[in-house]
Design a protein around this ligand. Structure first.
Ligand code: GDP
Length: 465
């Protein structure tokens, strides 16, 4: 029998009860999911022996976490998060970054702790928190709006977007191709496939060359494991207004596949999320988007709005309406905060909070259901100072990957609100990839981080109370 879900017990904290929290971790590619989960697992596994690693996780600071272990997950359908490999990469000599998330993955932990409440203390017993962590590409969340759109509507929106800004020069070959093959022409599988491939190549160029984020459908660049890859073989097409594609025409084939994609991929994914998640953390590489310039930053903001929509609370929450979701806490976290020194990290948290219009963790979000933070899952730098043009400035000091000497890196000033157009003249310096610190073989000493403990307190604090 499944253990009782924690949220049903939330009014009873203090009783010695076993609890389960199902925490989902997401974020667009490269946002830091793998690093976050690896650090979280190592730091929780070592929380009993090294509580000083997590001073802002109350249960750890109060030395109430008495033990933690990995559990074999009982779900044969989802692959395991490869924690032994990710730890081995960080324990290697020299340490290196493990590969990122490309599919749904899961890892389960059990934490034994002494409840803080009077009854818990009086009985002297310990309780167990079962933490089920689900890891998935954030790109998949970008498909939520597709559920409410017809193929015609989606095509129109996608074509409009492709004809604007940084996308336009990258879309040329695909737009030419779909311009030459009319939607009511006979459906030819070779043409359909070619149109899909060109559209996909366009999305890939948007991501790698322009660092854009709002790239739909989400599975085109992040398919994950797919039993039937042909479900992806479609793309937006210019369509006459109001026209329904003639059966067997190019437009009709595209439309059928679009609907099949929604039915077979998108709906089941959101259903899974709704039924298997209590808490969600969304990781965002805000610094990379800032660094890439105005259009990348604006595009990331649009992608965030789409993601935010998925986790909206209240009666109008689409996940709740469509799939009965009961997610009760969401944290948006700007990652890799060790790229900037202390004061800038506060700026980064404020900027993250501004981007999603929610309170920041510093603004004491204990009772908020959505909050924003800035964190570094794996801290690779120390804070320091340098003198630039006769002025003392705060810098971070770290070893660039593959380098021989630590460098002093001045990242510039992080704006606390989305920057106005004038700001973008001076682009941020390119951020180096810092080599991660080498950790002890089994990860048993934990991993240096910034604010991981604050994030955990927000996400799990009540379950460990
Ligand atoms: P994923 O694709 O979301 O799983 O992203 P990863 O966890 O693989 O992170 C992508 C890259 O970001 C890593 O290879 C690192 O170079 C960098 N990174 C992730 N977390 C941190 C961090 O806390 N600090 C620093 N300096 N870099 C990080």
């Amino acid at each position: 029998m499944r253990p009782l879900r924690f949220h049903r017990l939330s009014g009873l904290t203090g009783l010695v009860h076993d609890r389960t929290v199902r925490l989902a971790v997401t974020g667009l590619s490269g946002s830091g999911k793998t690093a976050f989960i690896t650090s979280l697992v190592c730091n929780l596994l070592s929380a009993g022996g090294r509580p000083a690693r997590l001073p802002f996780l109350r249960s750890a600071a109060e030395r109430r976490i008495v033990g933690a272990k990995l559990l074999a997950s009982d779900d044969g359908t989802i692959s395991q998060f490869p924690v032994h490999h990710t730890i081995a990469a960080l324990a290697d000599d020299p340490p290196h970054w493990p590969p990122g998330t490309t599919d749904l993955r899961r890892i389960d932990l059990s934490l034994r702790f002494v409840p803080a409440g009077l009854i818990g203390r009086a009985t002297g017993g310990t309780a167990e928190l079962r933490l089920e962590i689900l890891d998935y590409p954030g790109e998949w969340l970008l498909d939520l709006p597709l559920l409410g759109r017809s193929y015609h509507e989606w095509s129109r929106v996608a074509l409009d977007l492709a004809r604007r800004g940084a996308r336009e020069p990258l879309a040329g070959e695909w737009l030419d191709f779909v311009g030459r093959h009319r939607a009511n022409a006979d459906g030819d599988s070779v043409v359909v496939r070619r149109a899909h491939d060109l559209y996909r190549a366009f999305l890939a160029a948007c991501r790698t060359r322009e660092q854009l984020s709002l790239l739909q459908p989400g599975r085109f660049l992040n398919p994950g494991h797919m039993a039937d890859p042909s479900l992806l073989w479609f793309c937006p097409m210019p369509l006459p207004i109001g026209a329904r594609g003639r059966a067997g025409s190019l437009g009709a084939i595209m439309e059928e596949r679009f609907e099949a994609y929604k039915r077979a991929i998108v709906q089941p994914f959101f259903m899974h999320l709704a039924r298997n998640v209590d808490r969600q953390i969304v990781l965002v590489d805000v610094l990379r988007a800032l660094n890439a310039g105005e259009e990348a930053f604006t595009d990331q903001r649009l992608a965030l709005e789409t993601i935010l929509e998925a986790f909206r609370f209240g009666r109008r929450s689409p996940l709740r309406l469509l799939f009965g979701a009961r997610i009760d806490r969401v944290l948006f976290a700007a990652t890799k905060a060790d790229h900037v020194p202390a004061l800038q990290r506060d700026h980064l948290e404020a900027l993250m909070a501004n981007l999603v219009a929610v309170p920041s963790l510093r603004a004491k979000a204990a009772h908020a259901r959505v909050a924003a933070a800035a964190l570094a899952s794996i801290r690779c730098t120390d804070d320091g100072t340098d003198v630039i043009d006769g002025r003392k400035v705060d810098v971070v000091i770290g070893l660039p990957q593959g380098g021989e000497r630590r460098i002093r890196f001045f990242p510039g000033i992080v704006p606390v609100t989305p920057p106005p157009s004038g700001f973008w003249g001076e682009r941020f310096t390119e951020f180096p990839i810092f080599q991660p610190p080498r950790i002890a073989g089994a990860g048993g000493d934990g991993v240096p981080h910034i604010n991981l403990d604050k994030a955990l307190e927000f996400l799990l604090g009540d379950a460990l109370a």
